[in-house]
Design a protein around this ligand. Structure first.
Ligand code: DAH
Length: 361
C-alpha cells in the first residue's frame, strides 16, 4: 500500500513539472506504457491470491485512472499556456486602419495639361509632339533665330556636346515648344490646328524659374487666318481654363523672331487680400506670348507665305497652374514633397472634361 502511495506521489510531481507536450508524453509512457510502472504493478496482481487481488486491483485501477486524468489536465494546461503566449506575442490592433489610406495623386502639371488639351480639343485643335533633345536647326534657325541673333543668348540654352572631333551641328535641350510648330508644318505641309504641350529646359533657377518647366504651343495655319481668330481662341481658352464667365485680354505689342506682328497677352485681374481674381479688377497679368507666324518661318518649312498665314502662341503650363490653383513657388512643383503633392495633387477621378465643370462653354 505504501508502495502505491509512494508511486502516486512521485507521479504527481513528475506530471506537474512536465512543461512540454513531449516531456508529458515521456511521463505517460513511464507510468502507463506497456512496460510502465503501473502496468508492471498490474501484472503483479496475477501472482496474488484472490483476497490480495481484490484489495489491490481497485486501488491500482483508481491510480491508473487518476494518473490518466492528471496527464490530461496537465496537457490542457500546457496547451493553454502555449495559446496565452501566442496571443501575447501575436496580438493585433484592430483599431488600426485595415487599408493604406490615400494612394498617389495627379500632379498639378499633369492635371493642367489635361485641362488645356480638353479645352483646345473642343476648339478643333489636335495634340502634336516633338523631341526634347532638339537640333539647333529646329530650336532656333527654322524659327528665324539665326546663330548671331541675340535671342539665342536670352534663352539660357543647355547645349549637348558631341565628341571632340564631331563636326555635326550641336544638339540642345529644347528651350521652348516652338520647334514642334516646324516639325508639324513640315509634316502636313498645309492647313493645321495643333497644340504641343511638353517639357522645356533653360539654365535658370529662382522662385519663378526652374531648369525644366512646361509649355504648351499653339499653331493654326490656313489661308484666311487673322489676329482676330487668335484673340477669340485665346479668350475662349482663358474663359474655360479659369472657369469665369467673362475675361478681358490685352494684346501688348512685343517681339518674337518667329512671329510678326508679335503680342504679349495680359489678362484682366485683381488682387483681393492677396488672392488673385481673374476676369475682373484693375490689374493686368501677363500670361502668354503670341503673334502671326513670321513669313520666314512659313518659307523655312516650304509653305507659300502669300497663300498661307497663321497664328501661334506659347503658354507656360506651370505658370497658369500657379495662377489657377494659387501655388506660390514654381520650384515646389518639382521637389517631390509628399505633403505638397497631397495638398495640391488631384484625385484620379478629377479627370478634366468639359462636361464636368471645367468649362462654361
Ligand atoms: N517660344 C516662346 C518662348 O518660349 C513663346 C512663344 C511666343 C511661342 C510667341 C509662340 C509665339 O508660338 O508666337 O518664350
Amino acid at each position: 500500500m505504501n508502495e502505491i502511495s509512494e508511486l502516486r506521489k512521485r507521479y504527481l510531481v513528475l506530471i506537474n513539472s512536465a512543461d512540454t507536450d513531449s516531456a508529458l508524453e515521456d511521463v505517460r509512457i513511464k507510468a502507463l506504457g506497456k512496460k510502465g510502472e503501473i502496468a508492471l504493478k498490474m501484472r503483479e496482481l496475477g501472482k496474488m491470491n484472490m483476497e490480495q487481488r481484490q484489495a489491490q486491483g481497485p486501488v491500482l485501477n483508481a491510480l491508473k485512472e487518476e494518473i490518466n486524468n492528471l496527464i490530461k489536465t496537465q496537457k490542457d494546461n500546457i496547451e493553454g499556456q502555449l495559446l496565452d503566449s501566442r496571443v501575447a506575442s501575436e496580438w493585433m490592433d484592430i483599431s488600426c486602419s485595415t487599408r493604406l489610406s490615400g494612394g498617389g495623386s495627379v500632379h498639378p502639371v499633369t492635371q493642367v495639361t489635361e485641362e488645356v488639351i480638353a479645352i483646345f480639343s473642343s476648339l478643333g485643335f489636335k495634340v502634336a509632339d516633338g523631341p526634347q533633345v532638339e537640333s539647333d536647326y529646329y530650336n532656333f534657325d527654322a524659327l528665324n533665330i539665326p546663330p548671331e541673333h541675340p535671342a539665342r543668348q536670352e534663352f539660357d540654352t543647355f547645349y549637348i556636346s558631341g565628341d571632340e572631333d564631331d563636326q555635326t551641328p550641336s544638339n540642345v535641350l529644347r528651350t521652348h515648344t516652338s520647334p514642334v510648330q516646324i516639325r508639324h508644318m513640315q509634316q502636313v505641309n498645309g492647313p493645321c490646328r495643333i497644340i504641343a504641350p511638353g517639357r522645356v529646359f533653360r539654365s535658370d533657377y529662382d522662385q519663378t524659374h526652374t531648369p525644366m518647366f512646361h509649355q504648351v504651343e499653339g499653331l493654326a495655319i490656313d489661308t484666311d487666318i487673322s489676329m482676330a481668330n487668335l484673340k477669340w481662341v485665346l479668350e475662349e481658352f482663358c474663359r474655360a481654363f479659369f472657369e469665369v464667365e467673362t475675361v478681358q485680354l490685352r494684346f501688348r505689342s512685343s517681339h518674337f523672331p518667329f512671329t510678326e506682328p508679335s503680342a504679349e497677352v495680359d489678362i484682366r485681374c485683381s488682387w483681393v487680400d492677396n488672392q488673385l481674381k481673374i476676369g475682373e479688377g484693375n490689374d493686368w497679368m501677363e500670361i502668354l506670348g503670341s503673334g502671326m507666324v513670321h513669313p520666314k518661318v512659313l518659307e523655312a518649312v516650304g509653305l507659300d507665305s502669300d497663300k498661307y498665314q497663321g497664328f501661334a502662341f506659347g503658354v507656360g503650363i506651370d505658370r497658369i497652374a500657379m495662377l489657377k490653383y494659387g501655388i506660390p513657388d514654381l520650384r515646389s512643383f518639382f521637389d517631390s514633397d509628399l505633403r505638397w503633392l497631397r495638398h495640391f495633387g488631384f484625385s484620379g477621378n478629377d479627370y478634366p472634361a468639359l462636361h464636368s465643370g471645367l468649362s462654361k462653354f
